[in-house]
Ligand binder design. Structure first.
Ligand SMILES: *Cc1c(COP(=O)(O)O)cnc(C)c1O
Length: 405
């Protein structure tokens, strides 16, 4: 370790402490900053952009931030503030917006899952914070339903816990032991599970086991932002950069005050914990708050009508092709917006799903769509910019027409 006196001596001799001029304490003059030259990095680096008719997918950078969010990030980048102060102030606002006792901004929903679990395991015990991901001597099991036991549980096991999977309420009751740290619920797979939110919570409350829900991509509807807090989940985890259109690298952890305080012990700026690498800077924390505020205030009925109108535009274009059928569907959870399913009769339109997806992606302009089955495209319209619905409809119709037998 460097001794304090040696450090002071080093600092006083360093050119940075003297300023580049070598004159100590040269006052900073308020000369106007020269304009920043405009650069187009997308062009400079040869990155290819595309129209997003697929949805809020991380691989596609999920969503576009509003100007207000960018403006917040830009203006707040010009001052120093204490990172904990930003989390404190923003946490109070977010908690009030979403009916939670407390909240923090995390580095995405994944980090909310890790940090929230860490908070449940450690409480305010610093020794426990330091020992993770070693869970020796701690409660070390998280119970999930089999239908919820998908890749996202790795966020939980990052803390050192192991997963216990159950199917029925009876199995759940039997699985609860003195090792049980938490019960985890994955909202988008709820329809596939045997136990629904209320029953899950009732069993958790009965055994005094904290319950966490992952509802990462499950707005709209906007009401989901407070529904799970109102229902009584102890921790609620949300992605900031999907439909809420906050920074891609931000998310929300909301819930019980004691658990959020505990989660923050495993978060930056503190180190010697499992979460030091999950840093969110002040610009992102503040940008996330502004995005959330905007999202809540938005006219959601109008948005819905806009999406329906966009779907209708695309539907009209592609329906001109003989052998093509369309259907408007609204997925019950996750990407819960009007989307268009396009199918075609292979004897009339001879193209495979993969070829069609590839042609749209490599065409001009490039268009990204989703497809889960052969002879089928799935389109969402909520990530389209104004006017892109027409382009998407025309391009798909063009490709289908080319393949007409
Ligand atoms: C996207 C997603 C996550 C991860 O969220 P990030 O904000 O990308 O960290 C976690 N769980 C589910 C269900 C998701 O859809």
């Amino acid at each position: 370790m460097i001794k304090r006196r040696a450090l002071l001596k080093y600092l006083s001799a360093s050119p940075l402490a003297l300023g580049l001029s070598g004159i100590p304490f040269l006052p900073v003059t308020a000369a106007p900053a020269p304009p920043v030259p405009k650069r187009d990095l997308i062009k400079e680096l040869g990155l290819s952009t595309f129209i997003n008719a697929a949805g809020t997918f991380t691989t596609m950078t999920a969503s576009l931030m509003h100007e207000e969010v960018m403006e917040t990030m830009n203006t707040t980048s010009k001052e120093f503030v204490m990172l904990d102060d930003v989390q404190d102030k923003v946490g109070v606002k977010i908690a009030a917006l979403c009916h939670a006792e407390s909240a923090m901004v995390t580095a995405g929903c994944w980090s909310a899952l890790v940090l929230g679990t860490a908070g449940v395991l450690t409480g305010m015990d610093q020794a426990k914070v330091s020992q993770l991901p070693n869970v020796a001597g701690l409660k070390s099991e998280v119970i999930v339903q089999k239908a919820h036991n998908v890749g996202y549980v790795h966020a939980l096991t990052n803390t050192g816990v192991s997963i216990v999977a159950v199917e029925t309420a009876e199995e759940l009751e039997n699985a609860i032991t003195d090792k049980t740290a938490m019960m985890w619920f994955l909202n988008f797979t709820a329809p596939l599970g045997k136990i629904q939110h209320e029953e899950w919570l009732a069993i958790g409350k009965k055994h005094k086991i904290p319950c966490m829900i992952d509802m990462a991509a499950d707005v709209p509807p906007v009401t989901n932002l407070w529904r799970f807090n109102d229902l009584g989940f102890d921790l609620v985890c949300v992605s900031g950069g999907k439909a809420i259109r906050g920074p891609q690298s931000a998310g929300l952890l909301m819930g019980r005050k004691d658990l959020i305080a505990a989660a923050r012990l495993s978060s930056p700026p503190r180190a010697g914990n499992i979460g030091r690498g999950m840093k969110v800077n002040k610009e992102e924390i503040l940008g996330m708050y502004v995005a959330l505020e905007m999202y809540i205030k938005q006219d959601h009925d109008k948005d819905w009508k806009d999406w329906e109108a966009r779907v209708a535009v695309i539907e009209k274009e592609v329906s001109k092709i003989k052998g093509v059928s369309t259907k408007v569907v609204v997925p019950p959870v996750a990407n819960h917006t009007p989307s268009l399913v396009i199918t075609w009769d292979k004897s009339l339109v001879n193209i495979t799903r993969d070829a069609l997806v590839a042609n749209l992606r490599s065409g001009t302009p490039s268009i990204a769509v989703m497809s889960n089955e052969e002879l089928m495209l799935n389109l969402t319209v909520f990530m389209l910019k104004p006017g892109q619905d027409k382009i998407v409809g025309k391009r798909i119709a063009e490709e289908l027409a080319k393949a007409t037998v």
